[in-house]
Design a binder for this molecule. Structure first.
Ligand code: G3P
Length: 220
């Protein structure tokens, strides 16, 4: 399973890269706004800066919701760098645009996915990635991980090539459950990935190893 970082913050991307686990980046209009990136020129410059930080795929989301606008924006985004993936919302014109991008060799990430039906449509359109939002589903008291499991089963039965990119990850357990449920990729805040590191018994065990070593070598 690959780890993407869900952020537009360059420092967080660099930190993930230094940690050695960065396989890619996903952004969305809210994450770009959070970084104060406004204006087309600044947005394009920022996407380029992200693409220079990783060889992995970088999802850049369109703002348009009409077919012509999505195509126009998506082509501009795709021309920024070879590792750009055009992020398109699961709406009627979005599915139509993903089909067009597929026919024109532009890779896509279908986002804002909340059902197996939407996942089937995205795969039929040839989306490169599918982004089911686990956390936001959990927020409605439904089971986000169950959706990942259901989509993974359908995609395997139907031999769909679209990769499941589990998104809206809130914590480390989401990462473990997504891995267990068949996600190809998780995209999350670095904090959720770093949370995988910690277990109290590891800390206790290491402290004892070092204490025993120190005690034995004091006598030597
Ligand atoms: O970027 C897409 C998705 O990961 C957003 O997650 O935390 O805003 O629900 P979140």
């Amino acid at each position: 399973m690959r780890f993407f970082i869900d952020t537009a913050n360059l420092d967080e991307i660099k930190e993930a890269k230094d940690f050695g686990i960065l396989d890619g980046v996903t952004t969305n209009p809210s994450l770009m706004a959070k970084e104060g990136i406004t204006g087309t020129d600044n947005v394009m410059k920022h996407y380029k800066a992200i693409c220079e930080l990783t060889d992995g795929d970088v999802s850049a989301e369109v703002i348009s919701t009409d077919f012509e606008g999505i195509i126009r924006e998506g082509q501009i985004l795709a021309d920024l760098a070879p590792n750009i993936v055009v992020k398109v919302p699961m709406i009627r014109d979005g599915v139509k645009a993903i089909s067009w991008f597929t026919e024109n060799d532009i890779r896509t990430n279908c986002t804002l996915v909340f059902s197996a039906g939407q996942a089937i449509l995205a795969a039929k359109a040839g989306a490169t990635y599918l982004s089911p939002f686990i956390g936001r589903i959990d927020d409605t008291s439904w089971d986000g991980i169950e959706l990942i499991h259901q989509i993974a089963e359908i995609y395997a039965i139907q031999s769909f090539d679209t990769e499941i990119l589990a998104a809206s990850i809130r914590n480390s357990k989401h990462i473990v459950d997504a891995a267990e449920s068949g996600a190809d990729v998780v995209t999350c805040p670095l904090k959720a990935i770093l949370g995988l590191l910690y277990h109290p018994l590891t800390d206790i065990g290491l402290a004892k190893f070092l204490a025993d070593h120190k005690k034995a070598n004091e006598k030597a």
